[in-house]
Ligand binder design. Structure first.
Ligand code: PHE
Length: 363
């Protein structure tokens, strides 16, 4: 039997405090640590990745608290004070200066400061985001950092790309289709992303780059250079185990868990494809509307019964200039058939919450 255990410090950070936007269904999962469960696909994957880096002298930190300051999550990483990722529509705030980490990069500064030169950080990260089969408000990352000696500095970029390609081959074999994309992160320069082809779609599985000199300087390592990368464990595990929906990582269904009891990489055999049920909701927007607030309500009401939420119509009234959005919600359980009545009930609660919490007018 699997028990959920929350280590969220409700006393220190009351969920109903004015600056707190963490819903109960997120707080109760803090401390679950799926990545530390050896028979869970995320735990199996973490171990496989560790196997790759350990011989190179990397030290793993997988029990650092996901509750971090905005200084560590953003400022030390040169994320500008007006960057969208800091907005409460994107990030879970416990109070004005404390967040659920949005990435494991939040720990770079403290570990660099202690003088670590090769380390990995694995943990749960939190983002308010869209709802579909590869997005979930809690997911897991594995961060890696390597600092080089001054005479090795011309190797950094090529070693970074080569070792991550080797890692991809260590995990997936030679046949995997991958590509590098140039990108931007405030804390690395240059920066890259690696994408992997999965069921006809390019999935971004990691971000990386040469650590920005200012990040090192702020940690008292100004004269040194190195690389950093952040892997998305769910994305990699979905490809590796052929897991079709990110919600499955959170299921308690034994038909899921018994498939991984051996702790090995095996292809997931879907035990069911229950039919989805679609419901639309249309409303006139208020200026403060953010789609992530709608997503949060749907998750709060329907939990893991929601598969996807997406905009299907965007209309501006020619006379009033008001905007109306229509969203389609796909409900589907991973574990059982849903009845029409229960979906109608959920949708009714969603409609009421949207009116009460977001102040919009239903059409
Ligand atoms: N923190 C980045 C993200 O979450 C990934 C990253 C890690 C990029 C380290 C560069 C270096 O998207």
């Amino acid at each position: 039997t699997r028990r959920s255990f929350s280590s969220f410090p409700y006393n220190r950070y009351p969920l109903d405090a004015p600056n707190c936007n963490v819903p109960r269904n997120i707080a109760k999962r803090v401390g679950t640590n799926l990545h530390r469960q050896p028979q869970h696909p995320l735990g199996i994957l973490q171990r496989r990745i560790l196997e790759f880096w350990q011989p190179h002298g990397f030290q793993l930190y997988d029990q650092l608290s996901p509750i971090v300051s905005t200084t560590h999550n953003f400022d030390h990483l040169r994320i500008p004070s007006d960057h969208v990722s800091r907005s409460p529509s994107d990030t879970y705030y416990l109070n004005a200066t404390t967040v659920l980490r949005t990435h494991t990069s939040a720990h770079q500064h403290e570990l660099l400061k202690t003088g670590q030169n090769r380390f990995l950080v694995a943990g749960d990260v939190y983002r308010r985001d869209e709802i579909d089969r590869s997005h979930y408000p809690i997911f897991h990352q594995m961060e890696g950092v390597k600092i080089f000696a001054p005479h090795e500095q011309n190797l950094i970029q090529s070693e970074l790309k080569e070792s991550l390609e080797q890692l991809a081959e260590h995990l997936f074999g030679q046949h995997i289709t991958k590509r590098w994309i140039d990108t931007y992160f405030p804390f690395t320069e240059p920066s890259f992303e690696l994408e992997i082809l999965f069921e006809g779609e390019w999935l971004e599985v990691l971000g990386c780059g040469v650590i920005h000199p200012e990040v090192l300087a702020k940690a008292g390592r100004g004269e040194q250079m190195g690389y950093a990368f952040g892997l998305g464990l769910e994305r990699l595990a979905m490809v590796l185990f052929q897991i079709p929906d990110i919600r499955l990582f959170w299921t308690h269904d034994e038909r899921f868990h018994r498939q991984f009891a051996s702790g090995e990489i095996v292809r997931f055999e879907p035990y069911s494809k229950f039919p989805p049920c679609f419901k639309d909701i249309s409303f006139w927007l208020e200026s403060a509307f953010h789609v992530n607030d709608l997503n949060e309500i749907v998750r709060d009401v329907a939990g893991d019964l929601v598969e996807r939420v997406w905009l299907i119509d965007d209309f501006v009234h020619p006379k009033t200039g008001k905007t109306s959005h229509c969203y389609r919600i796909a409900y589907r359980s991973m574990d059982r058939s849903l009845t029409n009545e229960e979906i109608d009930d959920l949708q009714e609660v969603v409609r009421n919450r949207v009116v009460n919490d977001l102040g919009v007018i239903l059409r």
